[in-house]
Ligand binder design. Structure first.
Ligand code: IMP
Length: 194
């Protein structure tokens, strides 16, 4: 069977992908190939970072590979946090601090100007060729947190095409059906399984 690496150790993302892809590919994690490197993500765009991670695995471990990278773009903040979404407030992944920084910087911004979007890029290197798949979801940044599911900025992001709930007020299936990552991954899976 074809082996392909998903450049992540996120158990939730892996499980989801393995279920969707089925028998056609064996999806390996970074742990599965004994990769414990600090993979560089030094590009100014999510597309560049996703490609950089996938190429790192191909070049150093020889496997075909795909990798995802996501950003939140807030119009009133000139596109911030952008590629710095994970470490907006400080190094590391402190979601509470990141959301606090966003809410502080947006104090006084009226709802019609609180537009934002999540964007995901998935980079696949298969048989020596690069393929990029994208996904996005438009929404608004609320003035306070609502809900406690999900992760990251979910409690302050209200997708426009839902019923007024934030991502953190949805279950995983509801979120995946309209989310940036769900949409990019759907394109990847359609390509791999066609
Ligand atoms: P990553 O590229 O998937 O690691 O995402 C970078 C950062 O964007 C994460 O650390 C989160 O802060 C944020 N993020 C990514 N996806 C989501 C999401 O689905 N909901 C909320 N925040 C997210």
């Amino acid at each position: 069977m074809n082996k392909i690496v998903f450049a992540t150790n996120n158990a939730h993302k892996l499980q989801e992908l393995r279920e969707i892809v089925g028998e056609k590919f064996t999806i390996l994690s970074l742990n599965d190939i004994d990769c414990h490197d600090d993979i560089p993500e030094t590009c100014p765009t999510i597309e560049g970072n996703a490609e950089q991670k996938a190429r790192f695995i191909k070049d150093n471990y020889g496997y075909d590979c795909f990798s995802d990278d996501t950003c939140l773009e807030i119009d009133a903040l000139g596109g911030e946090p952008g590629v710095y979404s994970a470490r907006y407030a400080a190094a590391g992944h402190d979601s509470e601090a990141n959301m606090r920084k966003v809410l502080d910087k947006m104090q006084g911004v009226p709802m019609e100007k609180r537009t934002a979007r999540f964007r995901t890029a998935v980079a696949l290197i298969l048989n020596g060729e690069l393929h990029i798949f994208d996904g996005r979801v438009e929404g608004h940044i609320l003035t306070e947190k609502h809900g406690d599911s999900g992760f990251g900025y979910d409690p302050i992001f209200q997708p426009d095409e839902a019923d007024g709930r934030t991502f953190a007020q949805m279950n995983a299936d509801e979120k995946n059906a309209i989310s940036h990552r769900g949409r990019a991954v759907k394109k990847l899976v359609e390509f791999l399984c066609k």
